[in-house]
Design a protein around this ligand. Structure first.
Ligand code: HPA
Length: 247
């Protein structure tokens, strides 16, 4: 049983490249993005699952979020740390910033977004979509590691895979969103339905549409992601060192 899983996004996780795939349990919801891989980070056994598959081939609307959460839950996971790359709508969510979001607005559609089926009506409390304890432990680890984090952000989740129009970003801004990404939903809600603690580190890789002079540039995004993920990995090392100390 592995208590902790990291779901990584477009940016990937360098230190998980040596992790070995586990025998993947069967899921009635279909095939997960990959068989979760297991490894050790600073003495803590951790499962890693690449949301977009390896190599990256699943667009955000094609990810089987239900199968991913179902197999992690079957493997005994209780806590999930999601890594997300996002666009920044509002300062201080500038390119390169790492944000610990506290809220979500869901703009996705047509995704399989619940485990509730005809036989089961399932209403879950979701006022606070991110686990408070996980948020606090991430912030504490960052301050020990000397890594700057932005405490709080409203993650607006869009359908993708295209980026947004400038007017859509203006509307999201009026709705109170400070970040825009494509993957936190339905992932966060499915984690809640399974009773799993869910936290996110959102790496801002570009100013959202219409928020910079230049158009969104995929090469710039890739460079910002690479640099940002180095900081995320440093932070994760300190986070897991503290987890060992906590048990
Ligand atoms: N919009 C949506 N998702 C994203 C963006 C964006 O600008 N950048 C990274 N993921």
């Amino acid at each position: 049983m592995t208590e902790f899983a990291i779901i990584c996004g477009s940016a990937g996780l360098e230190f998980a490249t040596g992790f070995a795939p586990v025998t993947c349990p069967h899921s009635r919801y279909g095939t997960p993005s990959e068989a979760p891989r297991v490894g050790d980070i600073e003495g803590v056994e951790v499962l890693v699952l690449a949301r977009h598959g390896v190599p990256h081939h699943l667009a955000p609307h094609l990810v089987n979020y239900r199968a991913n959460l179902d197999v992690l839950s079957q493997l005994g996971v209780r806590r999930i740390l999601a890594l997300n790359t996002v666009g920044g709508i509002h300062p201080p969510a500038a390119a390169g910033a790492i944000v610990v979001p506290h809220q979500i607005v869901d703009y996705t559609w047509g995704r399989e977004h619940t485990f509730a089926d005809a036989a089961e009506l399932l209403h879950v409390e979701f006022s606070d979509p991110f686990d408070a304890g996980m948020r606090q432990r991430l912030l504490a680890a960052a301050s020990l590691a000397g890594i700057e984090l932005v405490d709080g952000g409203v993650y607006g989740c869009t359908q993708g895979p295209r980026f947004e129009t400038a007017a859509e970003i203006d509307r999201m801004d009026r709705d109170g969103c400070t970040l825009v990404g494509m993957t936190a939903m339905p992932e966060a809600a499915l984690a809640r339905e399974k009773g799993l603690a869910y936290g996110s580190l959102a790496l801002v890789v570009n100013p959202a549409a219409g928020r910079a002079e230049n158009a969104i540039d995929l090469e710039v995004i890739a460079a910002v992601s690479r640099e940002g993920m180095r900081r995320v990995e440093q932070l994760l090392r300190v986070f897991f060192q503290r987890e060992v100390g906590a048990h």
